[in-house]
Design a protein around this ligand. Structure first.
Ligand code: FAD
Length: 300
């Protein structure tokens, strides 16, 4: 029946599109719908220019415990395995060297300790001294053809997939979901672009999802609307004790100075990834620095 689903997904960023692909390929759910307010997948956080494009796998993220790192590693491996198997893998996933750089006694000590703990789980992880850093990132370790005087050490790797175009990945998930559905005549996928979900209510054990012009009915619903998800939850009376503090991140470009991703040691007071410099997968010949973290009272 039209606009009636077993599973309805709100939002076609990387979360919603991954769920679409997984539920089409690995479940027996037959009628799946996606509602996205823009004309294409991944126009907000998953847009290629709106994030750092890093495939975090836990080895150089100095704010992760080993336990958290290993969970993230499992998920990152799934993403990598999916991406490299795609015909357009070279648009989705990329290999660059990466490192987290410790400067000064305290940070160098921290990285040495983390290397002891993490390297048994990450066989490609190396402890890099000044000379080894200079071979990968000369501009980091040297100035005017001389080694910098600072005490520096890094943890990193040189031959791993470290960057992802999450926008291309989202489009790929949608495409592969459609291909999966075509293989099974009982399965249908409907993609509703340019439809803004304004209201959700529970009805007869299912959900009624309203957009400007249409009313959708679904047995199960997953809202993957990024920062807008909480607003829709509030609308249904859920999570009223939560609120969102939007933080905007911007990047700045310089001519090429870095060959790969160079992260700084995490500032424990901040809940997001440390500031870093790296190549942008879509801007060859430049180095990107960021993100800034600016509190802005808007969601996008
Ligand atoms: C500055 C910055 C850097 C980051 N760097 C990294 C990184 O290096 N590596 C990493 O793994 N992650 C990174 N992230 C996080 C990553 O970008 C997000 O976790 C991810 O993109 C979230 O995907 P999503 O699908 O949940 O949300 P989104 O991509 O935001 O998708 C939500 C979708 O829902 C749609 N939507 C919203 N409201 C409605 C509505 N009412 N009706 C219909 N549709 C709606 C939106 O249009 C959008 O398409 C970064 C984030 C930021 C901000």
């Amino acid at each position: 029946m039209q606009n009636q689903y077993d599973l309805l997904i709100v939002g076609a960023g990387v979360s919603g599109s991954a769920l679409l692909y997984l539920s089409t390929k690995y479940t027996d759910i037959t009628h799946i719908g996606v509602i996205e307010k823009y004309a294409a997948p991944a126009r907000v956080n998953s847009l290629s220019s709106n994030n750092s494009q890093t495939l975090h796998c836990g080895d150089i993220e100095t704010n992760y415990t080993l336990d958290k790192a290993l969970k993230v590693k499992r998920a990152a491996n799934m993403l990598r395995n999916y991406a490299v198997a795609q015909p357009d893998a070279h648009h989705i996933i990329f290999k660059y060297p990466k490192m987290v750089l410790g400067v000064g006694e305290a940070e160098c000590k921290l990285l040495r300790q983390r290397f002891e703990t993490f390297s048994p789980h990450y066989p490609n992880l190396k402890l890099l001294d000044k000379k080894a850093i200079a071979r990968i990132e000369p501009k980091v370790a040297m100035h005017n053809d001389k080694f910098r005087e600072d005490d520096i050490i890094a943890l990193g790797s040189t031959d791993e997939y470290t960057a992802v175009n999450f926008e291309a990945l989202s489009r790929s998930f949608v495409r592969q979901g459609e291909i999966e559905a075509e293989k099974h005549p009982e399965k249908t996928i409907d993609l509703h672009y340019n439809e803004f979900v304004s209201h959700i209510r529970i009805d007869n054990g299912g959900f009624i999802v309203q957009t400007q012009g249409t009313c959708f009915r679904t047995r199960s619903l997953v809202v993957c609307a990024g920062g807008h998800s909480l607003k829709l939850a509030h609308d249904m009376g859920y999570g009223l004790h939560y609120s969102v503090l939007p933080i905007a991140g911007s990047y700045y470009f310089t001519p090429h100075v870095l060959n790969g991703k160079v992260y700084t040691v995490q500032n424990d007071a901040l809940p997001f990834a440390a500031i870093h410099g790296d190549p942008d997968v879509l801007v060859p010949g430049a180095t990107r620095f960021g993100p800034t973290a600016l509190v802005l009272p808007i969601l996008e």
